[in-house]
Design a binder for this molecule. Structure first.
Ligand SMILES: Cc1ncc(COP(=O)(O)O)c(C=O)c1O
Length: 410
């Protein structure tokens, strides 16, 4: 059987991610391979660590990439930081909170969840009470849950966790870059992310950072593989080592650190991508990128409201980079998405579980947090909705969005 070379259709990806990668990132990915211990490669690795320290807002030495999609970063953090039988508290406000609970459970944790209605976030007092009641080893909390579009405030969570003797892990996959994130100032012990949302890259690499407290836990579970081990290396006592080989952050740190102990072969092209994603972001400036997402997200929000549509959830706590739009009664949400794709090459998303078929999720992320992308999407949506019989306001979406951009000087 013969097959054709890859030639994907032209798309404007305005869903909850992945979004279009920045052309700089795609170019970086096509650079030549070098060996994994070539000084050029180890130099790129060191640079990538420093770049992601700046992206995460941290001085954590232990800032690395985990190879795999964002879920690999989550799994590495939880399986490495939590021993079987330890208590983990997971406040769930959407699908990805359930994912943290699922992964912590598979790591053998005694998982305690608290839940709030989808479309809401947790006030600090509720987290404080739950920490006091559960007394967990670790609290695992999503920052931006793309399933509901909510952005959980994290500013106080690190201090609350520390007060109750817990480590604080957060999944910043969907939010990092497009919303404020300050690992050190917020007392975050571990955070992981992905490239395919506000970082303008492809899925497949998970930047991760660990505080010294988190590193101490990982180190206490150390194990070095036979064949690499030296006489002075000792395994964690009582066989307390991390149950996953691939996601053992101790071994990953030994590979990224001065010992350069071989673990996996770093995914070279993904490292190039991750490095360029961070460079793209930092060249523009961390605050400027958040502001660009804020403006584009506000314009999209104003645009869908201007069309006469309704928005799901507590908009005051919405992530900058995605909005959930209620599908009007009687409208087939999947048919509208299909027409946007077929006629305009524009992708928007649906959601999961209770929100599947109830909302569309429209992203303004990374490279696509742009005026032209927002306006094009709103113009196309207006046409498709009109054809579907929805009484949208003529030009109401584009006009409202243009006004927001004008107000922001964009
Ligand atoms: C908040 C959050 N966490 C985790 C994931 C899983 O990411 P991945 O599909 O890259 O493994 C996603 C993907 O949408 C997400 O939005």
């Amino acid at each position: 059987m013969t097959s054709l070379p890859i030639d994907p259709p032209a798309r404007l990806l305005m869903g909850p991610g992945p979004v279009d990668a920045d052309p700089r990132v795609l170019r970086a990915m096509s650079a030549a391979m070098v060996g994994q211990f070539d000084p050029a490669m180890t130099g790129y690795m060191n640079e990538t660590q420093e770049l992601y320290r700046r992206v995460f807002g941290t001085r954590n030495e232990a800032t690395v990439l985990v190879d795999g999609t964002s879920r690999a970063g989550i799994e590495a953090a939880l399986v490495s930081l939590v021993r079987p039988g330890e208590r983990v508290l997971v406040p769930v406000f959407g699908r990805f909170g359930h994912l943290l609970a699922e992964i912590a459970g598979r790591a053998g944790a005694e998982v305690h969840t608290i839940e709030t209605e989808w479309g809401q976030v947790f006030p600090p007092s509720v987290l404080d009470d739950a920490l006091a009641r559960v007394r967990p080893h670790l609290i695992a909390l999503v920052q931006g849950d793309t399933s509901t579009t909510m952005n959980q405030p994290l500013e106080e969570v690190g201090a609350l966790a520390a007060k109750h003797g817990a480590l604080f892990y957060t999944d910043a996959t969907a939010s990092l870059g497009g919303n404020p994130f300050e690992a050190d100032a917020w007392g975050v012990d571990a955070a992981s992310a992905g490239l395919q949302k506000c970082l303008s890259g492809p899925p497949g690499s998970a930047p991760l950072t660990l505080s010294e407290r988190a590193v101490a836990v990982v180190r206490s579970r150390a194990r070095i593989e036979a064949g690499l081990r030296e006489a002075t290396d000792v395994d964690a006592s009582h066989g307390d080592f991390v149950r996953s080989n691939y996601f053992d952050l101790g071994m990953i740190l030994d590979y990224w650190g001065p010992r350069r102990l071989n673990h996996h072969t770093e995914a070279t092209s993904m490292l190039y991508a991750a490095r360029e994603c961070a460079r793209v972001l930092l060249d523009e400036g961390r605050d400027a990128v958040v502001e660009r997402h804020r403006v584009a997200g506000s314009a999209m929000l104003a645009g869908v409201l201007g069309l006469g549509l309704e928005v799901f959830g507590d908009v005051a706590h919405k992530m900058n980079n995605v909005v959930a739009v209620e599908i009007p009664a009687g409208v087939n949400g999947d048919a509208v998405r299909g027409e946007l794709l077929a006629d305009y090459g524009i992708e928007i998303g649906t959601s999961f579980g209770p929100l599947h078929g109830r909302v569309w999720r429209i992203g303004t992320m990374g490279y696509n947090a742009r005026r032209d992308a927002v306006i094009t999407t709103l113009a196309a949506l207006e046409q498709v909705l009109r054809r579907a019989g929805v009484p949208v306001k003529h030009g109401g979406g584009v006009d409202a969005a243009v006004e927001v951009f004008a107000g922001a000087g964009a």
